[in-house]
Design a protein around this ligand. Structure first.
Ligand SMILES: [Zn+2]
Length: 263
């Protein structure tokens, strides 16, 4: 691996989301050199990006090896009957009741809300900061094979170790959600938000396991907490979100030798 590639792949590894296919792009740049001028003239991009269609999940190994070969990948199907008692050392403690400004962007894979000063969670005595939350048009994790109507992924990071912890909030169709309208109506803008409003009343019951990002680079060692109590969103809200994204879910991955904890 030459220096440029090494730098590019280090940058890719540091990215939490977005197109991290720099290495693939570099290779393609070379192959595409002869058509580059023509492509530029037509304003066309020769860059290959991962997506949920022709460069979908089955091809993500071409963008990041881990997506294809990792044995701790997410999402998974949760089988409640097979989960084990929660190791209380890793109990989830949430402190998301903060008022903050956030930017709302359509990043090409989801609608993402990046918080100026998010709340925190604590796990095993370590504090993880809420960086962003985003949505999937159906839940990525399934419970006994069942997919929820939508899911919010709240992405937290330990600023020292850089480890990630994602809290998943499942949505079922029902009453109006207090945050979704603001998000959907302000794509490309800013909103005022209290991330606590995204959470169900009961945040004390969840499934926990160690997995990965569900998008390239599919980095592992991510702490996953799936809250058991879903929140509700109205049919109109779900439809409004799905005008942006409906099939942005990665298929469930093999569990291999991992265990899922539950409380
Ligand atoms: Zn997600």
């Amino acid at each position: 691996m030459n220096k440029t590639l090494l730098l590019l792949s280090t940058a890719a590894a540091l990215m939490i989301s977005g197109c991290a296919s720099h290495e693939a792009e570099v290779k393609e740049h070379k192959a595409a050199e002869h058509v580059e001028k023509t492509a530029a003239a037509h304003g066309a991009s020769h860059e290959k990006h991962w997506d949920y269609a022709e460069n979908g999940p089955a091809h993500w190994g071409e963008f990041s090896k881990t997506c294809g070969t990792g044995h701790s990948q997410s999402p998974i199907n949760i089988v409640p009957g097979k989960s084990v008692e929660m190791n209380h050392q890793y109990d989830l403690s949430m402190h998301e009741d903060v008022h903050t400004t956030a930017s709302v962007i359509d990043n090409g894979h989801s609608i993402k809300v990046t918080l100026k000063a998010g709340g925190t969670i604590t796990l095993d005595g370590e504090t993880f900061k809420l960086l962003q939350f985003h949505f999937h048009g159906k839940s990525e994790h399934t419970v006994d094979g069942k997919r929820y109507d939508m899911v919010a992924h709240m992405v937290h990071q330990n600023p020292e170790t850089k480890q990630l912890a994602v809290v998943a909030v499942f949505f079922t169709e029902g009453a109006e959600d207090p945050i979704l309208n603001d998000v959907i109506n302000n794509v490309g803008g800013e909103i005022e938000v209290d991330p606590q409003d995204l959470l169900p009343k009961d945040t004390a019951h969840y499934y926990h396991y160690i997995g990965s990002l569900t998008t390239p680079p599919c980095s592992e060692n991510v702490q996953w907490y799936l809250l058991k109590q879903p929140v509700e969103a109205s049919k109109e809200q779900i439809e409004a979100f799905r005008k942006y994204y409906v099939d942005n879910e990665r298929p469930v991955q093999e569990l291999y030798d991992r265990v899922v904890e539950s409380n």
